[in-house]
Ligand binder design. Structure first.
Ligand SMILES: [Zn+2]
Length: 379
C-alpha cells in the first residue's frame, strides 16, 4: 500500500489525491494554510457576521454535536456577539459523555434545539446502512447535515455556521479544498451518503416516505426563499482540533480521561456508542481508521514525527470493536436488534480481501483477540 510521504494517509482513502512528490492532498491543503493571511480572513468573518446580525431573532444556526469542535464553534460565535440557535441532531446511540457535553453548551447561555428523529426508524436505518454499505452511521451522517438546514429554513435563520470543511483537513479532490460553503452539492458529494440515497430507501425497504423527511435536504426553492448562507468557520479561522479540545476543556467540556477505543486521543468521538463500529468498518474497507486520521493531523502540525505516528497507528488502529466508551459490543448491537454472529458475518463481507490475510475457506483470518491480520505494512 502506498502512503503519503509526509503523513500516514494511504492511497486507499477515497477522494485522496497525491502530487508527483508523493504528498497527499490533505498535507498540501494544510501547507497552503501558511500562505493564507488569517488576520484578513478573520476580518472577513467579522464583516460577514456584522451583515447577519439581527436579521432575525437568532442570527445564525450553529450545528452542534456537543464535541470539542462544536463547543469551540459556539464560543466563537458568542465571542462575536451573535445570538445563535444551537441545533443538535442527536446521535444514533447518544453516550453519557455526549449528553453531559450538550448540557455543558446549554450553560453558555444559548437557545438550543435537540432533534431526535424517530428511533424505531433510525435503528432500521442503522442496520440497513451496515448491511448495504457497511456504514452504521449513515443516518447520523445524513442527519447532522440536514437537520440544521431544516431548522434554519423553518425559523428563517439566514446563516449556518459549520465547523471545519472535512474535505480540507482529511483530504479531498484538490479543486474542492478551498470551498468555503456547504450546500447541497457538497453534501451529496462528501456528506456521507455513500451511494445510498434517501429516495432509494423508501422504495426498497418499505419505510414510509414521511419518516425519511428528517434525512432530506430542504428543496432548492425553500433554500432560495430563506436565502440561507452556510459557511465553514475553518475557512476563516485556522482550525486545530487539538487546540479546540484544550479551549473546550477549559469551558467545561468533558473528555474520556483515557484513550478512546480505536482512536489515539481522549477527546474525540465521545457522543455515540456506535462510533467504534463505524471506525472499524473504515478499517476493514480501507486499511486505516480514526487513529491514522488523528496521527496525521498531529504529524502535519509537527507535534509528532512520522516514525512516532507509525508506532501509535500500529498500537491503536483497526482493533475489533469489543467495546466503546465502556459499552460492550453485544449491548450496542442489541439496541439495533442485531446478533453478534450476524454482525461478524457483515464484517467479513465488507473486509477488503486484498488487505488482510484469509483462511483456507477464503474468509478473513483473525488473531487470538479477534483482530484482522493485515498483509500490508504501514511505513
Ligand atoms: Zn499527507
Amino acid at each position: 500500500m502506498k502512503y503519503c510521504n509526509n503523513c500516514l494517509m494511504p492511497e486507499t482513502k477515497p477522494d485522496l489525491a497525491f502530487n508527483k512528490e508523493g504528498k497527499c492532498s490533505a498535507c498540501i491543503a494544510f501547507e497552503q494554510r501558511d500562505n493564507i493571511d488569517w488576520n484578513s480572513r478573520e476580518n472577513d468573518l467579522k464583516i460577514l457576521f456584522k451583515t447577519f446580525k439581527k436579521k432575525s431573532y437568532w442570527d445564525c444556526v450553529v450545528p452542534v454535536s456537543g464535541g470539542k469542535d462544536s463547543t469551540y464553534q459556539v464560543l466563537k460565535v458568542l465571542e462575536y456577539g451573535l445570538t445563535p440557535l444551537c441545533v443538535t441532531s442527536t446521535t444514533c446511540d447518544l453516550s453519557d459523555l455526549g449528553k453531559k457535553n450538550i448540557e455543558n453548551i446549554k450553560n453558555f447561555g444559548v437557545d438550543y434545539i435537540e432533534f431526535t428523529a424517530n428511533k424505531k426508524i433510525r435503528k432500521k436505518l442503522n442496520r440497513i446502512g451496515l448491511e448495504e454499505i457497511g456504514d452504521i452511521a449513515w443516518p447520523e451522517h445524513v442527519g447532522i447535515f440536514t437537520i440544521p438546514v431544516i431548522v434554519a429554513v423553518r425559523y428563517n435563520i439566514p446563516l449556518i455556521v459549520w465547523g471545519e470543511n472535512s474535505q480540507n483537513e482529511y483530504g479531498g479532490p484538490l479543486n474542492k479544498l478551498n470551498n468555503n460553503k456547504l450546500d447541497r452539492s457538497w453534501l451529496e458529494e462528501f456528506g456521507g451518503l455513500l451511494g445510498l440515497r434517501v429516495s432509494d430507501l423508501s422504495s426498497s425497504y418499505g419505510i414510509e416516505k414521511k419518516d425519511l423527511l428528517p434525512y432530506e435536504y430542504p428543496k432548492e426553492e425553500e433554500l432560495l426563499k430563506s436565502n440561507i448562507t452556510g459557511i465553514f468557520l475553518g475557512h476563516y479561522i485556522k482550525w486545530d482540533g487539538a487546540k479546540n479540545a484544550v479551549i473546550a476543556s477549559s469551558r467545561g467540556f468533558s473528555s474520556y480521561h483515557k484513550i478512546v477505543e480505536g482512536t489515539a486521543t481522549e477527546y474525540e468521538n465521545l457522543d455515540n456508542y456506535q462510533h467504534g463500529i463505524h471506525d472499524y468498518f473504515k478499517y476493514i474497507k480501507f486499511g486505516f481508521s480514526r487513529a491514522t486520521d488523528q496521527v496525521c493531523m498531529a504529524i502535519r502540525r509537527k507535534k509528532i514525527s512520522r516514525e512516532e505516528g507509525i508506532k501509535i497507528v500500529k498500537k491503536y488502529d483497526g482493533k475489533y470493536p469489543k467495546e466503546y466508551l465502556g459499552k460492550k459490543l453485544e449491548e450496542i448491537l442489541n439496541d439495533i436488534n442485531l446478533e453478534k454472529n450476524k454482525f461478524d458475518e457483515i464484517c467479513d463481507q465488507f473486509t477488503n480481501k486484498k488487505l488482510f490475510l484469509l483462511d483456507n475457506s477464503n474468509k478473513p483470518k483473525k488473531d487470538n483477540h479477534g483482530n484482522l491480520i493485515p498483509n500490508f505494512e504501514i511505513k
